[in-house]
Design a protein around this ligand. Structure first.
Ligand code: ATP
Ligand code: MG
Length: 227
């Protein structure tokens, strides 16, 4: 099993009420290699929070996330680094997912540097091509890209490390329907080609049905199987 979450809970403070806490129960989930899992639910129910917890980016207050049967938040050193490479996240808001002071080339080369991986000649260019992005974007700042281009760049950055699992947090929500369907096709092709598992967070049932083999709804702190 690639990833297993058990009895995850996360609590956030309620602004202005120091003693009051809002508890988000987020339930149980299992993701196998290559699985396409959808996650739906009304706004504010905790989908992004669950995605961040599964990607090891936020620590739950209680419960366990197991990555290849090992508790994710207890991984250290090389094992932690391996997990961070194997699970990538595409954030909900692409406009704040890149450092505004860096040209896109630097942002897209960064994952290779962090993980000490060699940049194959033309490697970056071929991922951009796969995402349908012109190479010219590499020499621009994030503010000089359109929403669709930024979402494609965020996907390129997440997929270039060939992760085992990618958490896609509403990766097409900001786009017009035509661009949406084009990017969805790109995502599907790319996941299939590499047999990458995904947790696909979306508000759109048609999109969930097109991409996912299984879909959950997060409601009242429980994950219910939708299909
Ligand atoms: N860092 C934080 N500090 C305080 N509250 C937070 C934090 N992150 C999330 N929350 C709260 O937790 C709840 C769940 O937020 P989350 O972003 O996970 O919802 P969501 O299901 O992804 O919503 P949406 O569909 O609007 O993206 C919300 O009420 C939000 O305000
Ligand atoms: Mg969200």
């Amino acid at each position: 099993m690639l990833l297993k979450a058990r009895d995850i809970k996360k609590t956030f403070p309620v602004p202005g009420k120091a003693r009051k806490k809002m508890v988000q129960a987020l339930g149980n989930l299992e993701i196998q290699q290559g699985a396409r899992i959808g996650l739906m639910g009304v706004s504010g129910v905790g989908k992004t929070t669950l995605g961040l917890i599964l990607a090891g980016l936020v620590r739950p207050d209680s419960g366990r996330v197991l990555f290849h049967e090992r508790p994710i938040h207890r991984l250290r050193g090389a094992q932690w680094k391996h997990m961070r490479k194997s699970i990538q996240m595409v954030f909900q808001h692409p406009e704040s997912a890149f450092d505004p002071r860096w040209k896109m080339r630097k942002s897209l080369e960064e994952p290779f540097k962090i993980h000490g991986l060699p940049m194959e000649k033309g490697g970056l260019e071929s991922v951009l091509e796969e995402m349908g992005l012109p190479l010219g974007v590499l020499d621009r700042y994030p503010s000089q890209l359109s929403g669709g281009e930024l979402q494609r760049a965020a996907l390129a950055r997440a997929l270039c490390l060939k992760p085992d699992l990618v958490v896609l947090d509403e990766p097409t929500s900001m786009l017009d329907p035509l661009t949406q369907s084009r990017i969805l096709a790109v995502i599907q092709k790319s996941l299939e080609r590499r047999n990458t598992a995904c947790l696909f967070i979306t508000h759109n049932l048609h999109v969930a049905k097109a991409v996912c083999s299984q879909c959950y709804v997060l409601e009242g702190g429980r994950l219910e199987n939708l299909f």
